[in-house]
Design a protein. Structure first.
Length: 313
């Protein structure tokens, strides 16, 4: 059996807009009782998917039609692989799309009259993200917005009209996201060379899609956002799932922070844990924004001095 290299990801980014509005509550930021805000894994995956499609030219399984409307899973699968009867639907989606080999897929096939081919096909993808939270307590901004336009009230009679609406944003949020990659989630495809090669190929692009995709979200509700810190640890056939608690944030950042402070992260516990796990650590990859570049270079230097391989992205 092929050896499994499991990865943990810790990603921080900052926002001065509405990083993940709740459509059930007027698209307000998802404020928690402790004044932090919540970010769903769906939002993070959407960022990755959109960059892969729009910038890298990849085909997506979870996508919209040409008019921007959501499509059902079986409809999308038919668009990509054609007639599904007698085919390995998941295997075809792994080869044909960017997101199925990463995040998995669920396709429910509706049987037609006289057809016993109905059923479902499911793959739990190797790459998954947990719910993210802001490090700091967040203040919600709710300005009233207005718009003016000219229309005709009666023939040959123009009149100005005004509209008013609500808009929600955050003053500042430093957001913390935890992810994991376990190739064993490919299930029966784990030992399929063709499927594994496809997974490896798209997984190599995951960092770019997350880091640059976050920076490239130039939309009304997402600009400005900025990627701050990315840490990825590869382990040999094991998982710890504790990367978020190994990096401490400064007390200043945990309050009502309005910007990234000087040296906002404390990496001492991370270094100690990775040194203790040295025999299982295959590689560490790190990226940072310019503001904390000196601190991150120091982290990389400390790890290398302990014999841990580090790649600065």
């Amino acid at each position: 059996m092929t050896k499994s290299i499991n990865k943990e990801i810790l990603f921080y980014y900052e926002s001065r807009q509405n990083p993940n509005g709740d459509p059930g509550f007027e698209n307000q930021p998802r404020l928690m009782p402790d004044d932090t805000i919540l970010i769903t894994d769906v939002r993070i995956k959407r960022t990755i998917r959109d960059y892969a499609r729009d910038v890298l030219g990849e085909t997506l399984f979870v996508d919209y039609d040409k008019d921007g409307n959501a499509v059902t899973a079986d409809q999308r699968a038919k668009e990509i692989i054609g007639n599904m009867k007698g085919k390995d639907v998941i295997g075809e989606l792994i080869q044909s799309t960017f997101d199925a080999p990463l995040f998995g897929a669920l396709v429910t096939v509706r049987s037609e009259k006289g057809d016993d081919e109905g059923g479902s096909y499911k793959l739990t993808g190797p790459a998954q993200f947990g719910l993210g939270r802001s490090v700091n307590k967040v203040r919600i901004i709710n300005p009233t917005i207005s718009g003016r336009f000219v229309g005709k009230e009666k023939e040959n009679q123009e009149k100005q009209f005004s509209t008013f609406g609500k808009f929600y944003s955050v003053e500042y949020a430093l957001l913390k996201i935890h992810g994991a990659i376990n190739p064993m989630n490919l299930g029966k495809y784990f030992n399929n060379d063709k499927a594994r090669n496809r997974f490896d190929k798209v997984e190599e692009k995951l960092f770019e899609c997350l880091w640059k995709g976050t920076n490239n979200l130039i939309t009304r509700s997402k600009f400005p956002q900025r990627s701050i810190l990315y840490i990825e640890v590869s382990y040999d056939s094991t998982s710890y799932n504790d990367l978020p608690v190994l990096v401490d944030e400064s007390q200043e950042m945990k309050q009502h922070a309005k910007e990234l402070s000087k040296s906002p992260f404390d990496f001492r516990r991370l270094v100690s844990a990775l040194v203790e796990r040295k025999s299982r650590v295959k590689n560490v990859r790190i990226a940072s924004c310019d503001d904390i570049q000196e601190d991150v270079r120091s982290l990389a230097s400390q790890l290398r001095s302990k014999g841990i391989p580090v790649q600065e992205l």
